[in-house]
Design a protein. Structure first.
Length: 269
């Protein structure tokens, strides 16, 4: 039913807003139901981190002790997880909706505007946490254990999932601003400076020169430190609090860009 009123007898009948939470659940449910129909988007997201994890462990484990890393599998597991969850979003589906006109039809309905993006992000959170599980299982098979126990595994999943969620604002902002599939597909390039100018292969104290300086300002450095603490050190607040702060910082920036782009598209529709 459109948002326009329909005359009926003495009064008029109009579409009523369903409410923010119902709209959010509907959008998230639609996004999750579409996931099994798009294996081409999921399979690379799972294969790439597992491939790099296996290759890095196989190639560098023997020399890692020279950098002060005694358990290289535990050191590399957070890297694989970050690769698995970063850049995973339904932004490409959003572009499809924009190009087909479906998104514009939603904008003239009583649906809550913010739920259109937050519902997709909720689906993304479920998806990225699901992607963490096969990588974690591989880590367990290779002998990685958690100093923080089962509760630490849950905290690890949540911190990883919220990092993936924090990053989703960037592809959504690009999708809403451009409506271009190519632009959205290339948004993962934004992550490369985060991924490699940090403690991906060496601990922070082993970095030197300009790389050490860049790593000091890279939020992924603090995210990896927090994830590694959950595996190897325990509940170390000096590592966990900066990790949560890094997630909040990136999320604040990306969400601001995404919702600014949403407001701009609403005004132009």
């Amino acid at each position: 039913m459109s948002s326009a009123s329909i005359n009926a007898g003495e009064g008029s009948i109009g579409a009523r807003p369903a409410g923010f939470w119902r709209d959010l659940i509907s959008v998230a449910g639609r996004a999750l139901r579409a996931v099994p129909r798009e294996p081409e988007a999921l399979i690379p997201a799972l294969i790439v981190p597992i491939f790099f994890f296996a290759v890095n462990v196989g190639a560098l484990a023997d020399i890692s002790s020279f950098a002060g890393v005694n358990d290289f599998e535990a050191f590399q597991l957070p890297v694989a997880i970050v690769f698995a969850v970063t850049g995973i979003s339904r932004a490409s589906a959003l572009v499809t909706d924009i190009q087909s006109g479906y998104f514009d039809r939603l904008l003239v309905s009583p649906v809550n505007r913010y739920s259109l993006i937050l519902g997709l992000m909720a689906a993304d959170l479920v998806l990225v946490m699901a992607l963490c599980i096969p990588v974690l299982v591989l880590g367990f098979i290779l002998g990685v254990g958690f100093a923080t126990g089962p509760l630490g595994v849950l905290a690890f999943l949540l911190l990883s999932g919220f990092w993936g969620l924090a990053f989703t604002g960037f592809p959504y902002a690009i999708a809403l601003r451009t409506g271009s599939p190519a632009a959205v597909n290339s948004s993962f390039i934004l992550f490369f400076p985060f991924a490699f100018l940090t403690t991906t292969f060496l601990p922070q104290e082993a970095l030197t020169g300009w790389l050490a300086t860049v790593a000091d300002y890279n939020p992924v450095t603090y995210l990896l430190a927090g994830l590694r603490a959950l595996i190897s050190s325990g509940w170390v607040l000096a590592d966990l609090l900066p990790a949560m702060g890094a997630v909040a910082l990136v999320g604040g920036v990306s969400f601001f860009l995404a919702f600014s782009a949403l407001r701009a598209r609403v005004r132009s529709s």
